[in-house]
Write a protein that binds this ligand. Structure first.
Ligand SMILES: *[C@@H]1O[C@H](CO)[C@@H](O)[C@H](O)[C@H]1NC(C)=O
Ligand SMILES: *[C@@H]1O[C@H](CO)[C@@H](O)[C@H](O)[C@H]1NC(C)=O
Ligand SMILES: *[C@@H]1O[C@H](CO)[C@@H](O)[C@H](O)[C@H]1NC(C)=O
Ligand SMILES: *[C@@H]1O[C@H](CO)[C@@H](O)[C@H](O)[C@H]1NC(C)=O
Ligand SMILES: *[C@@H]1O[C@H](CO)[C@@H](O)[C@H](O)[C@H]1NC(C)=O
Ligand SMILES: *[C@@H]1O[C@H](CO)[C@@H](O)[C@H](O)[C@H]1NC(C)=O
Ligand SMILES: *[C@@H]1O[C@H](CO)[C@@H](O)[C@H](O)[C@H]1NC(C)=O
Ligand SMILES: [Zn+2]
Length: 914
């Protein structure tokens, strides 16, 4: 018996909890928990599993001591069992490992704090997510789970596995960890997560109840038992052991648990009654962990799997690859929020208790932790929720950040000694920051959450034309004022750009003063090769950008990117880039009536339309920055940008509002076409961590019948993707999760934005047609891709740190004039004694309780990917922090709910004996 309670989907998480807005969907989690607890007490054989701690926590808070005692007893006796136990059941395609680990930690900690060891889930349970990531399996293994169950996989994969009896397998989920560290026993449930056909006894179902009084009409026990035995026998044939599992429940079921349990009691009694007549079927109330224990006891060997379960198709033309990109602004906001949360957590530790209650009032990191945990749900960051629910997730993140801002201000005040008010310019992506626009003197604090120094371009909207910028030591810094490329919403005329260098896990301060107001800065040389306006080439071809490390060329006739060179490694590739849109299928199609929607990507044709063959361009060249601005259409533009000391080329795209006046849904991609010989291979990351190899029209574990040549080759990109041959590797680092593929030799495409006019009939019942208050005519989205060109053996040394830097961006705060005297702790601070070695990433530093902190250090390189950095590293904890003294340390599992030395997992044997 189980219920699947989405932490937001058609209704918000709170509406689901209370059972509000039952006009949208009848669902109320509080009633489910009330009712299940009552029903469990009526028969000690009954069992129930509960999954989503976000809901259980809401319910527990409101229970009396009596009820709590009862529930504790049910948990101790194994009648109520927690499975999975994270705050939510996370999405696997669009989440970043760092946020997943945090949300799991939060849920599991609550369970341990509340129920002790009996509350610790033994089984991971992702019955609904739309495809499964290898990195999730690796994390679950490192969190101490004995096994994992899920419901959805490709329909072709499923039918092959049924025949081969490989619906239960051993997933070897890491290239780097020595087996069995990342081995996870994985079971695929027989019927998604629904009950067998004809056996749904929830109030939301219409199946006949068991009518077992022979005196009444329609006695049906014989029929029910017969049907059940037939299903059990069929199911047993496609699984390996004498034990089979049936999931008795579904979405938001058990609100009136009596219906389910009354019929299940009878079913079990009548089915087992047949044993007297020779039946070999024994039915019992059970849980996934009891079932897993029996599988373990069977002592069999299991098929080994080393790839992942993407993409997921539930039919020939129904590829769930659209949600890799759906709601790109929410996906970006979730990613920024993760960075903000890590900054908030770190500063809470570094600043001490005064951070939570200091000169700026009371702040906390909890609100943000919860908002982020909820946002990991498989209908949250995935973009598959209704619009009002997407708004609710964003509102929660914004609320969390507000509480964090107070904390961050308090902490920075404690660390710097300056209590001047700090301004958070959260709208820099649309070039809005009233303070920098209006002040003639201000300072900029750059906090770097990474454990190594970073150099980062700061871009601030300003109205003046000339500024002086000095660093914490009073040295003047190269800076440039450029004409702002606004999204037509900001009011600032110019943008001030300089390169900030921030110390590890610390901050530095730059002071800025206005030198001159007036017309556009003279130092900015602008030329306009106007490919669209006229065919005449400008006298001086400004079709090359060169700075220290990179050289970028443009085709003077089209204005498009044409080549990229790495000046250090002396590599050059041909590289063109352009923007295209796929015509979204409307469902009127002879092959299938599936339209493109929030979940599904289904282009009407495999050939996308080019948005424009040429771009109108404008060039800006200064000593700190060179850029080519490209306009492709009124709704697609881009800035190709080289920063002073950066080894990556930045492509800042702005897409939207996608026009729909032609009544066609559009899925916009950018495609990089290179001279690299890819031979149909490309590479994508799994949840931002390990890299997986992909091959066009190919799945490593079965012979694929490809029926969607584009959508069937899309994979999730969380933080990066690359293509390579013997000599060149082109890596693209993204700033949010997106879908992408390599459809042609040498090319890599990334889907940036989607606007669709039809619902894709997976339940959300809305077309993905986003607008916002700022963009009522259709959402405009801006983002960044970072391109790096390297030799394959050293490419990881470049893209690992680049990707971490894209996830954990510095936090900027601005202060008014003269806030701080010229003393160095005030202007500059590092929480570390020295930067960590390049292979080590400081993943978590967060306050755990009054006098302990949770610290996670991660080896961020995969084995064999870097000659230099893939080796083991030793870190001396005693010499780690500059202001914290470590008195003792104990090692935990990945989710921090079990001491490492108490962690014992089932051992499973793969078929190959490896
Ligand atoms: C067992 O079989 C006998 C003889 O066919 C029948 O009378 C009886 O009802 C059966 N019992 C059950 C529990 O099915
Ligand atoms: C499991 O099987 C192996 C070989 O098939 C055998 O050596 C081992 O003793 C068995 N273990 C148990 C607990 O039955
Ligand atoms: C900056 O200049 C623009 C254009 O002159 C003006 O509309 C805007 O109000 C100015 N912003 C500030 C904060 O002064
Ligand atoms: C776009 O696809 C729709 C069907 O989904 C089709 O009716 C229409 O003709 C296509 N338009 C173009 C320009 O290809
Ligand atoms: C999409 O959104 C626009 C702007 O709100 C609206 O005019 C249009 O009717 C919507 N189309 C659909 C199919 O929802
Ligand atoms: C700018 O960032 C905010 C979140 O900070 C996001 O909501 C908004 O959509 C972004 N705007 C664009 C144009 O991408
Ligand atoms: C789990 O909770 C118990 C108290 O219920 C505590 O003693 C134990 O240390 C906790 N375990 C971890 C790993 O925090
Ligand atoms: Zn769900």
């Amino acid at each position: 018996p189980h219920t699947h309670d989405d932490v937001g989907w058609l209704k918000t998480v709170d509406q689901y909890y209370y059972g509000d807005r039952n006009d949208i969907q009848h669902a109320g989690v509080q009633y489910i928990l009330d009712s299940v607890v009552d029903q469990l007490l009526k028969n000690p054989d009954r069992r129930f599993i509960y999954v989503e701690t976000a809901f259980f926590y809401r319910w527990w808070k409101r229970q009396s001591a009596d009820v709590r005692r009862t529930v504790r007893r049910l948990v101790d006796e194994g009648r109520l069992e927690f499975v999975n136990g994270g705050w939510c059941m996370s999405d696997e395609a669009t989440t970043h490992y760092s946020a997943v680990i945090d949300q799991m930690t939060m849920g599991l900690r609550f369970l341990n704090d509340t129920f002790g060891p009996c509350g610790r889930p033994r089984v991971a349970w992702h019955i609904d997510p739309f495809g499964h990531a290898r990195e999730h399996a690796s994390m679950f293994a490192q969190m101490g789970y004995d096994g994992f169950f899920f419901g959805r996989l490709d329909y072709q994969d499923r039918s092959r596995r049924r025949i081969a009896r490989e619906q239960e397998l051993l997933w070897r989920a890491s290239d780097s960890l020595t087996p069995p560290m990342a081995d996870l026993f994985t079971g695929i449930l027989p019927n998604g997560y629904n009950p067998p056909e004809g056996f749904c006894w929830d109030q939301s179902c219409d199946d006949p109840p068991i009518r077992d009084d022979p005196d009444l009409e329609d006695y049906n026990v014989d029929d029910v038992v017969k049907r059940f035995l037939a299903i059990a026998n069929t199911q047993a044939k496609v699984y390996k052991t004498n034990h089979i599992i049936m999931t008795m429940g579904s979405d938001f079921q058990y609100e009136n648990a009596n219906l389910w349990y009354k019929n299940l009691d009878k079913l079990i009694r009548y089915v087992n009654g047949r044993q007297a007549n020779g039946s070999r079927v024994h039915a019992l109330y059970s849980t996934p962990s009891c079932y897993l224990q029996e599988l373990h006891r069977a002592n069999l060997t299991w098929a080994l799997k080393t790839d992942d379960f993407f993409p997921y198709a539930d039919d020939a033309h129904d590829l769930w690859t659209g949600y890799f990109t759906s709601r790109p602004a929410l996906k970006r906001y979730e990613r920024i929020s993760n960075g903000n949360l890590q900054t908030c957590n770190q500063l809470e530790v570094l600043g001490g208790p005064i951070s939570r209650n200091g000169p700026f009032g009371k702040g906390d990191s909890q609100t943000m932790k919860k908002a982020m945990a909820v946002a990991q749900h498989h209908d949250a960051v995935s973009g598959t929720e209704k619009q009002h629910v997407a708004d609710d997730y964003a509102r929660r993140l914004a609320g969390g950040w507000l509480r964090c801002q107070v904390l961050v201000s308090n902490s920075l005040a404690a660390l710097s000694g300056s209590t001047a008010e700090r301004i958070y310019c959260d709208k820099l992506n649309v070039s809005v920051c009233p303070l920098t626009e209006s002040s003639s003197k201000f300072s900029v604090n750059v906090y770097n959450p990474l454990a190594r120094p970073v150099s980062w371009p700061v871009r601030l909207p300003v109205n003046g034309t000339s500024y002086k910028v000095s660093d914490a030591e009073g040295r003047s810094v190269d800076c440039q004022v450029c004409v702002c490329v606004c999204v037509n919403r900001g009011f600032a005329v110019n943008e001030l750009v300089f390169q900030a260098r921030a110390p590890p896990l610390g901050f530095t301060t730059y002071s800025v003063s206005l030198l001159r107001d007036g017309p556009p800065a003279a130092s900015t040389r602008r030329r306009t090769p106007t490919a669209i306006q006229n065919k005449v080439r400008p006298p001086l071809c400004l079709c090359v950008l060169v700075l220290q490390f990179l050289r970028v060329t443009f085709d003077p006739d089209t204005g498009l990117l044409s080549g990229l060179s790495n000046l250090e490694t002396k590599q050059t590739i041909k590289l063109t880039q352009n923007f295209y849109w796929y015509n979204a299928s409307d469902g009127n199609n002879s092959k299938s009536d599936q339209p493109s929607g929030a979940y599904i990507f289904r282009p009407n044709s495999s050939t996308p339309f080019v948005i424009s063959r040429t771009a109108k361009t404008e060039t800006v060249q200064t000593s700190v920055l060179q850029e080519v601005r490209q306009w492709f259409s009124p709704w697609v533009s881009q800035v190709v940008r080289l920063h002073g000391d950066s080894r990556a080329l930045e492509l800042e795209w702005t897409v939207g509002p996608l026009p729909i006046d032609d009544d066609l849904g559009k899925e916009v991609i950018t495609r990089l076409d290179s001279s690299i010989q890819t031979a149909e291979y490309f590479y994508t990351d799994s949840n931002g961590r390990e890299i997986l190899q992909r091959k066009k029209d190919f799945r490593p574990t079965w012979i694929l019948r490809q029926s969607e040549p584009v959508a069937g080759n899309y994979y999730p990109i969380n933080s990066r993707a690359f293509i390579k041959d013997e000599v060149d590797q082109l890596t693209v680092v993204t700033d949010r999760s997106q879908g992408g593929s390599s459809i042609q030799n040498g090319s890599l495409e990334i889907m940036l934005h989607r606007r669709l006019l039809y619902d894709d009939v997976r339940g959300v019942a809305e077309p993905l047609n986003e607008t916002s208050a700022l963009f009522p005519e259709g959402l405009v989205v801006r983002g960044r891709l970072l391109l790096s060109l390297d030799r394959p053996p050293t490419a990881a040394d470049a893209h690992r740190p680049l990707a971490q830097q894209a996830v954990l961006q510095p936090t900027l705060t601005e202060e008014g004039e003269g806030a701080c005297g010229r003393w160095s702790p005030c202007l500059q601070f590092s929480g570390l004694q020295a930067a960590l070695p390049p292979a080590v990433h400081l993943l978590t530093l967060t306050q755990w309780d009054e006098d302990s902190v949770l610290l996670r250090l991660e080896h961020q390189f995969q084995s064999r990917e870097s000659k230099e950095n893939s080796r083991p590293v030793t870190v001396n904890l005693q010499k780690l922090f500059s202001t914290l003294e470590i008195l003792g340390a104990s090692e935990l599992n990945l989710s921090a709910n079990q001491w490492k030395d108490e962690m014992k997992r089932f051992h499973w044997t793969p078929q190959t004996g490896m």
